[in-house]
Design a protein. Structure first.
Length: 260
């Protein structure tokens, strides 16, 4: 069963199949080529391996663009509740980790990249040491009353590929914040706006145990059961101690050792 450890979205959105969508596979568009170069430069500066362009991920990105344009939505999930990783699966990419950044209304890849890097979670996708490949689709479409550009960037690591245990999304987030890596994490949905374009973010990590009790119950029922069992055991021990102590005191008072 596939596990997705991280999913992130940056949203500017929409695509027109007839509008000339181009992907960052085989022959890349100038926009996609520059976008990948900018991301790889960020990774190189931090000692991370560069993204390898993957055609299957690019096909998944194109399908996501087409779906958004056809159904007129700009969101992480389609009106039919299709998630980004569902497009990745349909394209035939067998993943261990997968993520997505979306962007719209940007005039060039440089301004788009700046917006992504200013958003911690989008930056995290770009610097995540677990991601090895990227696929992009770029389309000029008519959306929200004007002609504009929509970009989908999908990240992935193929199933079965070995990943260093020290490679975590927390380490990537720390790099985005300029901090040392910390052991923490979160599932979040945070919008972010830019004067030049619009982005939106969604992070999905099904392996992560949230600090929220409700999310802990939903995501890690086994851990919750263990926690409850430990609490019940401790409670029973305290109750037994109280009962024994009470019995001893009652007997001592009855026998005249302590005045009542």
């Amino acid at each position: 069963m596939k596990r997705i450890l991280s999913t992130i979205f940056l949203v500017p959105i929409f695509f027109l199949a007839s509008a000339g969508v181009v992907s960052a596979s085989g022959s890349m568009s100038p926009w996609a080529e520059d976008a990948v170069k900018l991301m790889n430069r960020e990774r190189d500066e931090r000692g991370l391996p560069p993204f390898v362009v993957d055609e299957t991920l690019a096909e998944a990105a194109q399908a996501k663009l087409a779906d958004m344009e056809k159904k007129r939505y700009f969101a992480h999930t389609s009106p039919e509740k299709r998630t980004p990783w569902s497009f990745i699966e349909v394209a035939g990419y067998e993943y261990r980790f997968a993520g997505e950044n979306l962007a719209i209304h940007f005039k060039n890849p440089e301004s788009e990249h700046v917006a992504w890097m200013k958003s911690e979670k989008h930056c995290q996708n770009i610097l995540d040491p677990r991601f090895r490949e990227v696929g992009m689709a770029v389309g000029k479409v008519f959306f929200e009353g004007r002609e504009t550009m929509l970009v989908v960037s999908m990240f992935g690591t193929k199933a079965g590929e070995a990943i260093d245990a020290s490679a975590t999304k927390e380490a990537a987030l720390a790099m985005c914040r300029g901090e040392e890596p910390v052991v923490s994490g979160a599932v979040s949905d945070e919008p972010s706006d830019s004067p030049e374009g619009r982005v939106a973010l969604f992070v999905k990590d099904i392996s992560l145990k949230s600090a929220s009790l409700w999310k802990l119950i939903v995501e890690s029922p086994h851990d919750v059961a263990q926690l409850l069992a430990t609490a019940m055991f401790a409670g029973s021990q305290v109750s037994a101690l109280v009962l024994v102590s009470g019995g001893v005191l009652a007997r001592e008072r009855r026998d005249g050792i302590f005045p009542s």
